[in-house]
Design a protein around this ligand. Sequence first.
Ligand code: GLN
Length: 249
Amino acid sequence: MRVTVGHLYPDYLNIYADRGNMAVLSWRAARRGHELDVRAISLGDPLVPGEHDLLYVGGGQDREQALIAPDLAARSDEIHAALDGGAALLAVCGGYQLLGRFYRDRAGADLPGAGIFPLETVAGERRMIGDMLLECELEPGERHTLAGFENHAGRTLLDEGAEPLGRVVHGFGNDGRSGHEGCRLGRAVGTYLHGPLLPRNPWFADWILAQALAHRLGEPPELEPLPDELERRAHELAAARARQRGGRD
Ligand code: GLN
């Protein structure tokens, strides 16, 4: 099956090699006989709801975010329509912030958000940097850990009742206080985890891939397991660094 990915602003939002996430997804799809067709959507390019099985937005600092924020915010209806039609979405850090209602930068200026995730973000004084570890339960009864690297000044506040991606075991997460990291809305996930994220967390890469395939199949398919020995070692290394960092905050 061909899995079509709309990669938003790869020319602006690609800090910490977030593009590596796409490489991992392509490889894991190919091992299951699927082909990942990654199409760039940059400033002014059309985003036609239904055309993509997965939308992906990487991370970027305030400067890059300011360059793309109005264009992304103007796509709110199309992104809502794509998700309503069953597409999956993954957004990292700067992209995650701009899929909320707004991001208020260090100078107090508001960048408009696309209003997809029920949250808002305000930059603080101290940057939140380091390896982090989360505990997630995206499917009832299936607990996993996610390891990655965070580096953000933004404090993200989820609306009452919004579902985080996971619980912070080590690190800061959304705001350094709530114990929450990221946001999950059906098949859409936003997170502060770079890493890049997917190479170190093969279970999560497969979850995203299955959500993208569900856009075609109606249901997320069971993906046949891969050996993942190196991936598990990468996860363990990152998790060990996060543990050395100690408790939250
Ligand atoms: N500019 C944002 C912040 O510092 C996002 C940073 C990032 O994408 N790493 O909060």
